[in-house]
Design a protein around this ligand. Sequence first.
Ligand SMILES: CC(C)(COP(=O)(O)OP(=O)(O)OC[C@H]1O[C@@H](n2cnc3c(N)ncnc32)[C@H](O)[C@@H]1OP(=O)(O)O)[C@@H](O)C(=O)NCCC(=O)NCCS
Length: 201
Amino acid sequence: MQPFSLSSPLALLDAPVVGDVDRVFEYCQDPLFERYLTVPWPYHLEHAEGFLAEYVPSGWMSDREYTWALRDPAGPDLLGVICLRLSGESVAADASVHRVGSIGFWLGAPYRGRGLIPEAQRLVADWAFAAGIIDVLHWECLVGNVASARAAWKSGFRYSGTGPSVTAYRDGTFPDSWHGHLAAGDDRSRQPGWPAAALAR
Ligand SMILES: CC(C)(COP(=O)(O)OP(=O)(O)OC[C@H]1O[C@@H](n2cnc3c(N)ncnc32)[C@H](O)[C@@H]1OP(=O)(O)O)[C@@H](O)C(=O)NCCC(=O)NCCS
């Protein structure tokens, strides 16, 4: 698939470009990224260059992972990144087969606390469900990443449980993670059942 844009008055999602390299490099120095993300660490300029010039375009071309740049609709600056990885199929308890996607995101530190990620997740989920490419969206974060959990909770994800991550951490382990899911018909309201520790500010 070719990259395309999604937008609302609050957020513009469009193609990450090589010109975003300085911002990606700068934001990825955040110690939170070492702790909670699977990005390489230490994060060098070559990592940002490879991400923008190779990883992102090949994800779109292969329909493996769609990555958008998150920008302010009023300006071209990169604020963060959101991606939808197509993870294959899962079989539900009633034996129905679901196509599953997983969501990932980060924001540059100056742009947190504005509700940008719930808005960006809404745009991506609305598109993916309407296009019929997934039935269920999976979210996970390492246990303790309250900001990520609150963003998922505010976006209407249901808590699925705590257990090993689906995605390998950078050291090859699968650390304990909080998991959530959003189905095509869900109404996006805040769902009960989340552990207090995941939402504790
Ligand atoms: C996860 C992330 C994108 C969320 O961005 P955001 O939606 O702007 O969220 P905020 O930073 O405002 O945090 C969301 C909520 O968590 C709270 N919060 C933020 N950091 C927190 C912390 N360290 N401990 C507890 N609560 C925290 C905020 O007060 C906010 O509360 P609210 O829901 O009442 O508004 C952002 O924190 C980030 O980029 N983190 C580093 C990368 C990352 O962890 N990505 C997710 C990987 S699964």
